[in-house]
Design a protein. Structure first.
Length: 256
């Protein structure tokens, strides 16, 4: 039961065809991620139209200039199973005001997650200590650090807080050794796999628009790193997905 635990279907041309291509390769579930108020209706429409697509609702750190109060409107939608994508991105040079604003928006969404008892989808880049500090401030929240590119030390700290870690196509990149280290060392029961499409297409699709079908290639790389079969990767990561996003009702092995 292979699941693309993080994709942006609403940013793809012909999302219906891309979903069909993924299903043909054995992908059986898709979490379509909300990142801002402008795109959330398209995210929810895709989830409404497909029994194997679910949605998250949240505000990406790059949208931190906006007030995140709009999120509350969508929390009761029946296809919403998570809050996010939320977090911190200090990879580019930011002034103190922008960093503070990102932290405030992140804290607001973590507080919502506590209230709603929803898992969160975390974006973190160039902000290890700040991200961990806010996660520790909300010990009742569970979730996943998606498209993980930070250090093993950060991954280990997040595991201690009860978080999962999701591996993207970066694990196949020539310069992705830090991600390969994390993929090897993660406990099996905390591992997820994703595309983050339309970005970050894995080898052998570099240079193409990423799509959910390519999660199969990322999963194959993870399997090679861990000495697992394709079936083991699908089974373990699918069960982890179902455990974390417990509002999802996935079928047992055999498909929809």
């Amino acid at each position: 039961m292979l699941v693309d635990s993080h994709c942006h279907l609403n940013y793809l041309d012909e999302p219906e065809a891309r979903l069909q291509a993924a299903r043909a390769r054995g992908v059986q579930g898709f979490l379509c991620i909300g990142v801002d108020a402008e795109g959330i209706e398209a995210v929810l429409a895709l989830a409404d139209d497909h029994a194997d697509v679910w949605a998250s609702v949240g505000q990406h750190p790059e949208a931190a200039a906006a007030d995140p109060g709009w999120i509350d409107t969508y929390l009761d939608h029946p296809r919403v199973v998570a809050l996010g994508e939320m977090g911190l991105d200090f990879y580019r040079e930011h002034g103190a005001q922008e960093k503070s604003r990102q932290q405030a928006r992140f804290d607001y969404q973590l507080h919502l997650a506590e209230q709603q008892r929803l898992p969160v989808v975390i974006h973190t880049r160039g902000a290890e200590s700040e991200t961990l500090s806010l996660l520790r401030a909300h010990p009742g929240v569970r979730g996943v650090l998606h498209c993980f590119t930070e250090s093993w030390e950060m991954a280990s700290a997040a595991l201690d807080l009860g978080y999962y870690v999701s591996i993207s196509g970066i694990v196949t990149f020539r310069n992705g050794e830090n991600v390969r280290e994390v993929a090897r060392r993660l406990p099996g029961d905390r591992l997820l796999v994703e595309t983050d499409c339309p970005w970050l297409a894995p080898v052998p699709h570099r240079g193409k628009t990423n799509e959910p079908a390519f999660v199969v290639d990322t999963a194959a790389c993870i399997g090679e790193l861990r000495g697992w079969s394709a079936e083991e990767v699908a089974s373990v990561t699918g069960e982890n997905f179902r455990r974390l996003f417990d509002r999802v009702r996935l079928p047992e092995a055999g498909g929809l």
